[in-house]
Design a protein around this ligand. Structure first.
Ligand SMILES: Cc1cc2nc3c(=O)[nH]c(=O)nc-3n(C[C@H](O)[C@H](O)[C@H](O)COP(=O)(O)O)c2cc1C
Length: 210
């Protein structure tokens, strides 16, 4: 499907077919395509837990204010932002840049310090914002990739982060910006028309805020 149509036709689908399964190879393919999303210094600070086991989906549903789609969809993905991705991934980023000719070996030490200047210390707010900002690009790409491969999705932040962390063994230092359900629409599902979008002139300015 052409990109513009994908963006225009993606919708948050509330009702999924509980009898149809998205194979794990397809889920992995969607995630791999989404991982082509841009990220600051290419640090890719995202992690995903694919919840596709029926019992585990029920637990996740309970952590998500009982939203039925969490369990009805073939899988619900816990999208995780990892503030530690700077320390974890910087060496791989720099190694690949040297190998591919983006930078010379003698620039490596200077470049290694860059993310600490830009994104602060592990515990800082700027580090958390870095992780969530980049993970959001990944999440949007994932929904578009899913649509392009013939599946539907629904982003959600109606959940208890504390409960999800406790039930899915997620370390305390991680952030969960959203969940994404993934699956096939319920047969015969008729969507209501796309809801209100703000008028461009109410939020777009050229050249200065005022
Ligand atoms: C970060 C985020 C969190 C959301 N959380 C929920 C949610 O918990 N439950 C829900 O039913 N919809 C949720 N939505 C879906 C929105 O309500 C939906 O995207 C919006 O109404 C526009 O509909 P559309 O995506 O079909 O255009 C969320 C969307 C986003 C992007």
């Amino acid at each position: 499907m052409e990109t513009i149509n994908l963006l225009k036709e993606r919708r948050s689908i509330n009702f999924f077919d509980p009898d149809k399964t998205v194979p794990e190879e397809k889920i992995n393919e969607i995630i791999e395509i989404a991982s082509l999303a841009p990220s600051g210094l290419n640090l890719q600070p995202w992690e995903v837990i694919v919840v596709n086991d029926p019992g585990r989906k029920e637990i996740l549903k309970k952590c998500s204010f009982d939203q039925p789609k969490v369990a009805e969809a073939s899988a619900t993905l816990i999208i995780i932002a990892n503030p530690n991705a700077v320390e974890e991934n910087i060496d791989s980023v720099l190694k690949s840049w040297v190998e591919l000719g983006y930078i010379n070996e003698d620039a490596v030490e200077t470049m290694r310090n860059m993310p600490f200047k830009n994104y602060g210390d592990k515990e800082s707010l700027s580090r958390k914002l870095f992780a969530v900002k980049n993970t959001s690009f990944f999440a949007m790409s994932l929904m578009i990739a899913a649509k392009g491969l013939g599946f539907e999705t629904h982003p959600m932040d109606g959940f208890s982060e504390e409960k999800i962390k406790a039930n899915f063994n997620i370390p305390e230092d991680r952030i969960i910006p959203l969940l994404i359900t993934l699956g096939y629409p319920k047969p015969g599902l008729k969507l209501l028309p796309r809801a209100w979008r703000r008028e461009l002139k109410s939020y777009v300015k050229y050249n200065s805020f005022s």
